[in-house]
Design a protein around this ligand. Structure first.
Ligand SMILES: Cc1cc2nc3c(=O)[nH]c(=O)nc-3n(C[C@H](O)[C@H](O)[C@H](O)COP(=O)(O)OP(=O)(O)OC[C@H]3O[C@@H](n4cnc5c(N)ncnc54)[C@H](O)[C@@H]3O)c2cc1C
Length: 441
């Protein structure tokens, strides 16, 4: 979140009912604010939509979320049941040497990584995730672990992602080694638990609702409809921010940065400068293709969470999620398997221009070469093209944040996936940490 919600002003207007806007409205309403929620579309959820197809489910964007305590607490309150990755399907793969591997590093590369983790001391100058990975783990883990992982989450390479913007907890103080720092932190946490100062926490798991991510959106919508009533307006596009701000309400823009820029630009000269900052925030494009394939098309259907591709393997997609292997009810019968292939990222704008037919050919080839699908198999596709899918958490973005915070007029707040966290879990936890505790539940 950028900007500050003044607790003495109880009237708040939230613009946009994607997951950021829904969560913002929900938590502020629970804290006694008089919330109005305005959404341009007739549907809520923004990027998050779960489509029911004859063969199974297709998610448009988020497939799952990390179930940390605030996520579990919210879902319990909303009555949304979450399912974790199925017991026999927890394997995650990296594609290297033309095959899927659970551990993509060779023996000497592992030894090299251990040596670096033990002895390489931080200079405190590791700006990008690439700097950090090379310093503390070495070239092979940077190439075969960090790069595929970041391409899978942000659609960007580690050299494009700022350590402090995206992973502030990974930052190691100058003079410390990776192992020294994290072992030290682990011991401190255990001592704190033993002394009763904090409670022991199980490692959070990736989870999803049985009917898809839209269940969370729908439950928030139902809850807000009952509490906000006619202050929850769908099909209402905000075009005039000045009038809203002059009415004395705090305005929280939960829209993509470009929309926020468009709205702020018309305010005054300072607004125009702020709009320029917001326009500079780059987003990676993404094409997400869900493929339903007959189970019979595989000698052995893939088991696991999915496979990520390092760029050096020259594969077309960034990664493939094994939906039906990891979560229940992703397909309507066991005769089908469900996969999602991600194409695009910061270097992959060309995929947006591919026709459905061209994408179909690419997806089929990836399924054949990576997952060993039979070449003549029937493949049913659902394609989602997102020209501005994921904000790039670069070092430049951190500077944008600073300048935006300084330039925001009183009563205006920004909260979306470019203001601190991309994931749903992150957006939710960010809100939690920025708001006072709830006065009612
Ligand atoms: C392909 C893909 C896969 C992903 N996978 C995951 C995942 O597995 N797990 C995870 O945690 N995250 C994932 N994410 C990230 C996550 O889905 C997004 O960060 C999040 O959904 C963004 O939500 P938002 O509310 O900030 O923005 P949006 O979803 O863009 O919502 C903005 C809303 O504002 C509305 N709006 C715009 N202009 C106006 C206006 N003028 N007036 C009123 N309303 C307006 C829009 O209609 C929309 O409803 C993924 C993202 C993508 C693209």
């Amino acid at each position: 979140m950028l900007g500050r919600i003044d607790p003495s002003r109880k009237n708040v207007t939230v613009v946009g009912a994607g997951i950021s806007g829904l969560l913002t409205a929900y938590y502020l309403d629970a804290r006694g604010y008089q919330v109005t929620l305005l959404e341009k579309s007739s549907e809520v959820g923004g990027l998050i939509q779960s489509h029911s197809l004859p063969t199974g489910l297709a998610e448009s964007a988020a497939h799952s979320l990390l179930a940390t305590p605030p996520v579990l607490e919210l879902c319990e309150k909303l009555g949304v049941e979450l399912f974790s990755v199925q017991e026999n399907s927890k394997a995650r793969f990296i594609f290297r040497d033309a095959r899927m591997q659970k551990l993509p590093l060779k023996f000497l590369e592992i030894l090299g990584a251990i040596r670096r983790a033990l002895f390489a001391r931080s200079t405190g100058q590791e700006i990008t995730v690439q700097d950090w990975a090379l310093k503390h783990l070495g070239q092979a883990p940077a190439t075969y672990l960090m790069t595929p992982m970041l391409r899978g989450i942000y659609g960007a390479s580690p050299a494009e992602i700022s350590l402090t913007a995206a992973f502030p907890k990974l930052q190691i103080p100058a003079g410390k080694t990776l192992l020294g720092y994290f072992v030290g932190n682990f011991i401190k946490a255990r001592i704190s638990i033993l002394r009763g100062r904090s409670s022991s926490r199980a490692r959070p798991r990736m989870m999803t609702p049985r009917g898809g991510m839209h269940e969370i959106v729908a439950a928030l919508e139902t809850s807000l409809q009952s509490t906000l009533q006619d202050r929850f307006k769908k099909g209402t596009e905000v075009q005039d921010l000045g009038t809203l701000l002059n009415s004395g309400t705090t305005v929280i823009l939960c829209t993509p940065a470009q929309v926020a820029a468009q709205l702020i630009m018309g305010l005054d000269a300072a607004g125009a400068a702020l709009a320029r900052e917001l326009r500079q925030i780059p987003y990676s494009p993404m094409v997400s293709v869900t493929a339903h394939v007959p189970t019979a098309a595989f000698a052995e259907a893939p088991h696991g969470v999915g496979v990520l591709m390092p760029p050096s393997t020259d594969r077309k997609c960034l990664g493939i999620l094994f939906n039906s292997s990891s979560f229940p009810q992703r397909v309507n019968t066991l005769d089908w398997q469900s996969f999602t292939l991600m194409l695009g990222g910061s270097q992959g704008e060309k995929w947006l221009a591919f026709s459905d037919e061209e994408l179909s050919g690419v997806v089929r080839q990836e399924l054949i070469e990576v997952l060993k699908m039979e070449s003549q198999a029937e493949v049913k596709l659902k394609i989602f093209r997102w020209p501005r899918a994921i904000p790039l958490y670069s070092a430049e973005l951190e500077k944008n944040w600073q300048r935006i915070e300084e330039g925001l007029p009183k009563g205006l707040v920004l909260c979306s996936n470019y203001t601190g966290q991309v994931s749903i879990r992150g957006i939710l936890e960010n809100l939690h940490s920025r708001l006072e505790p709830a006065s009612r539940s």
